[in-house]
Design a protein around this ligand. Sequence first.
Ligand code: BGC
Ligand code: ZN
Length: 370
Amino acid sequence: MKAMAVFPATKEVKVIDQPEPSIVSPTDVKLRMLDIGVCGTDKEIVAFQYGTPPAGSPYLVIGHESLGEVIQIGSGVQSLKTGDLVVTMVRRPCGHSGCVACQAGRQDFCYTGDFTERGIKGRHGFMTEFVVDDEKYMNHVPDDLRDCAVLVEPLTIAEKAIEQLWPIQSRLPWACPTEPGKPAQFCHKALVLGAGPVGLLGAMALLVQGFQVYVYSKNPVPSVQSDLCKAIGATFFPAQSTTIDDVARSMGNIDLVYEAVGASGLAFDVMRVLGTNGVFIFTGVPGRKGPIEVDTDLLMRDSVLKNQIVYGTVNAGKQAFEDAIRDISEFRRRWPDAVQKLITGRFKIDQAIDLLTGKAEGIKNVVTFR
Ligand code: BGC
Ligand code: ZN
């Protein structure tokens, strides 16, 4: 079967032929892959800045955003049947008995760093025709989400962020939505940095949570990104003609910043304008470009005097996948066209090199075996 592989030692990226995986344990499930999303992490792996092949393998099969269809199940599988659609989780536990996070099934909070990630670190990924994994890492997706469920994994980033946000903001008893989907009273202005897939999916998720959402992006007006923001009811600020101070002036108290660009200069500049009782969430992983100047006295003063909280979040647990599947349905109900427009195009695996190495257009490009 075909698979997209990177060979770090020889710096090659190519479609390879490898044996089809088969079911080995009773709880294994075999999938025929339908869609595999291409993301920034894949591009970094293909540029040899990130990514680790499995022990003993000269190559790593990439791909971690996926949608597959069950074609075979092991004798002990309880939760899935042939024909079901599935989004498979990315991270696997580190296996150390002392890692309470992994032992609790929350490898997204692994302490040791010895976790593995399919398509990223120590395990082959999903950009291939067939995949076998344990049912416990698979999340069942309703059939009617067949054309957009490849967006579930990138949405889990926002879902895990939100999962942590509400317990934190429950310190402000007036700020939590009393009813899901109803506006949170005094804690309702979110600024999203970046209009890539993680940013736009985050903007949608925050809208569903009842926030007023503003998106700051390097894309111009008009663009697919600015049109999309308009369609979902988010205010779009083009970086070309809007400074961070302009954003702060027009928003008022910024209750939440959801960073989805991976540029530390911009992020710390925005931290300056985070509001009273505000929360700043990092999701981007910046490349190391050397130190920059930041007014640390100001940031520290504000952190204290304005009760601010800053946190980073990576990967996602089972609950975040379930929340993402539920939210994708909700997004589709609210904004059917916008959800379609998030997926720019579907390409055969032989065209994937261009998506991975070139400056691909649009928002989310997908490799398909449909
Ligand atoms: C993936 C996460 C992963 C992270 C770090 C992201 O692109 O969505 O699942 O944990 O990269 O490797
Ligand atoms: Zn661990």
